[in-house]
Structures are given as structure tokens and as C-alpha cells.
Design a protein around this ligand. Structure first.
Ligand SMILES: [Ca+2]
Ligand SMILES: [Ca+2]
Ligand SMILES: [Ca+2]
Ligand SMILES: [Ca+2]
Length: 318
């Protein structure tokens, strides 16, 4: 199957030259027919040490999930835009009950004209990436299960075509990208209102997910009385490949009684990196007691793939 795809699809994917091992140049068995097919796909790369960049070449048609090309994880996939807005769909299964995957699309970083858009789909969960910190090439790092087939879809979001419009895609299992010491209480939407807020404190590093389009995650922190305190709430999500565009709000204690209260809100302001969607909220106050924190997605689109961790820091600044 892979050999066939090499022979069929290698044309037009200039970056993906399958620089196959040269071992069959001299010594291989003369009756080895597949190696002739391999040679026909080799456009002359003579690097002896080079690892083949594309073990899997795309096979069209693959324009919807029914036609998705089934691929094995941990292998580079190479494809290109055969038509305007040519969707390339790949299906795969996760090898364990649950874990983390990384979808890494490469286009502009390898000299392609493709402005790649990458999606991940499993059951009712969907995520989209168009960029990551430091590059316009997309990446998604997300927790998954083996309950349903997973689909990765990649295409040029501006509809470009031609020989210079190609991509590489790697789907791999990765270790959890972050550590944390608490998990939000949200299995049944417990924290969807201030009344059900999850308690956090100085030193908390809490893991949460904006699991649906309307999921709101409320937290409660109790600041010390009688002193001036600086509260710093730091979200890490996008920086690690989460598809979440998080927004964070801070409310005084009245929020536990009424929704009409003034608040502080920040998003997309992470210090020192304009490409990072993660927010950091800092607020200094003399008011002790309960404060309410709200974390949610800034845009429509939530799923179990949309995860974050929030660090809570409380400092005395008297
Ligand atoms: Ca294609
Ligand atoms: Ca296609
Ligand atoms: Ca949640
Ligand atoms: Ca929630």
C-alpha cells in the first residue's frame, strides 16, 4: 500500500522526495519488484544517511471522512493541494485507552506557499489550528481516547494550489504536555456558575477543559483580610498546542450573589509574545475575602480537546 502510494503520489510534492535507502542500488535481490517501484519514485536524492521524510504519501480522493486515508501514527505524511480548497482527510486510531496526541502540520516553515489549516475530529469533539507560537504552521496537542476513530484534516485555508503548495503532517502520541496539582470539578457542569465554583488557592495549578461551546469554568479564591495582595492568574494552553483561545475574568464577591458586577478581564496578552493567545491576569487589591474567577473560550468552539492549566499566585505587597 505504501509503495503504491509512493509511486502514485510522489509527483508534485517536491519537498517530500522519498529518499529511500540506497541499499538496493547495488546489492539487492534482482527479483525484488517493489524496489523498482521505489526507484521510480526516487527523484535522485543520494543522501545516504538521510531518513526518508515521507513514509506515507497521500492518496486521493480523500476529500471527506468516508474517503479518509487510514494512516499509522508516528509517520510523516506528505500531500499537496490538488484543487482549490482540496481537503485531505486522514483517519487513525489511538493505541491506548487514553493519552495525548500531537498533530503537527508543516507548510510555510518548509518553503511551501500553503497557509495550512488543521482540524482534529473524534466523536463530538472538534478542534482547529491555524498557527502556533512562532509560526503560521498549525499544531494541535490534545487529550484523546480510543473510543472513536480520529480524523485529521489539512488544507490551504486560502485555497492555493500548484507545485509549491504542499505540506507534511505528523500524527504522534506524546506525553502529557503539562503537570498540575488539581483538576476542575466539571463532569456534570458543576462549575458552570459561581455557586458551583471550584476552590483554588495560592500554589494551585489546575487543569480544565472548555468541553462545549457554552462551557464556563468558575473558580473561587479567598484572599487574606487586612493586607494588600497581588493576585496573578496565568493560563497556559495555546503555548503548548491547545486549540483553546482562553479568556479570563476576575469578579469581586458580589458575583456569588448577582451577575451584574464590574470585573477585570484579559485575553491574548501573554507577556513577551504577541503570537501567544494565552492570558495572564494580574490584580492588586486591599479587599480580602472571596473573589470569583471565570475561564472560558473567547470564541465559539469548545470540546474535550480544548484544555488549559491555570496557575494561581497570591503575594503580599504591603
Ligand atoms: Ca491533496
Ligand atoms: Ca484531497
Ligand atoms: Ca470545564
Ligand atoms: Ca464548566
Amino acid at each position: 500500500m505504501i509503495l503504491l502510494s509512493l509511486a502514485l503520489a510522489c509527483n508534485g510534492c517536491t519537498s517530500c522526495t522519498p529518499s529511500l535507502p540506497n541499499t538496493n542500488n547495488n546489492i539487492s535481490e534482482p527479483t525484488n519488484e517493489p524496489s523498482e517501484e521505489q526507484d521510480s519514485g526516487d527523484t535522485g536524492d543520494t543522501g545516504e544517511e538521510e531518513i526518508p521524510p515521507c513514509p506515507i504519501m497521500e492518496i486521493e480522493p480523500n476529500n471527506n471522512y468516508d474517503e479518509a486515508q487510514y494512516v499509522l501514527m508516528e509517520n510523516w505524511i506528505c500531500g499537496d493541494a490538488n484543487d482549490e480548497f482540496d481537503l485531505d482527510n486522514y483517519g487513525f486510531t489511538f493505541p491506548e485507552e487514553e493519552g495525548w496526541i500531537k498533530l503537527w502540520g508543516r507548510g510555510q516553515d518548509i518553503g511551501s506557499t500553503a497557509d495550512l489549516l488543521l482540524t482534529l475530529d473524534q466523536g463530538t469533539n472538534t478542534a482547529v489550528s491555524v498557527s502556533q507560537v512562532g509560526t503560521t504552521d498549525p499544531m494541535i496537542v490534545a487529550p484523546v481516547t480510543n473510543e472513536d476513530v480520529l480524523y485529521a484534516t489539512i488544507y490551504d485555508q486560502y485555497g492555493g494550489i500548484g507545485d509549491q503548495n504542499f505540506y507534511e503532517l505528523l500524527i504522534s502520541q506524546v506525553k502529557p504536555p503539562v503537570e498540575y496539582n488539581q483538576i476542575e470539578d466539571d463532569e456534570y457542569g458543576e462549575n458552570n456558575s459561581p455557586a458551583g465554583a471550584t476552590e483554588v488557592a495560592h500554589g494551585t495549578r489546575i487543569f480544565g477543559q472548555t468541553s462545549t461551546n457554552t462551557d464556563t469554568d468558575w473558580y473561587r479564591i479567598t484572599l487574606p483580610e487586612g493586607e494588600r495582595t497581588r493576585l496573578t492568574l496565568t493560563i497556559e494552553a495555546f503555548v503548548h498546542g491547545s486549540p483553546l483561545d482562553p479568556i479570563i475574568y476576575l469578579y469581586p464577591a458580589e458575583a456569588f450573589e448577582t451577575s451584574a458586577v464590574d470585573h477585570v478581564v484579559v485575553r491574548n496578552n501573554f507577556p513577551g509574545n504577541a503570537n501567544n493567545l494565552d492570558p495572564q491576569l494580574t490584580y492588586t487589591t486591599d479587599v480580602g475575602g472571596d473573589w470569583a474567577i471565570l475561564v472560558k473560550s473567547n470564541v465559539t468552539g469548545g470540546s474535550d480537546f480544548h484544555w488549559y492549566v491555570m496557575d494561581v499566585l497570591v503575594e503580599n505587597v504591603d
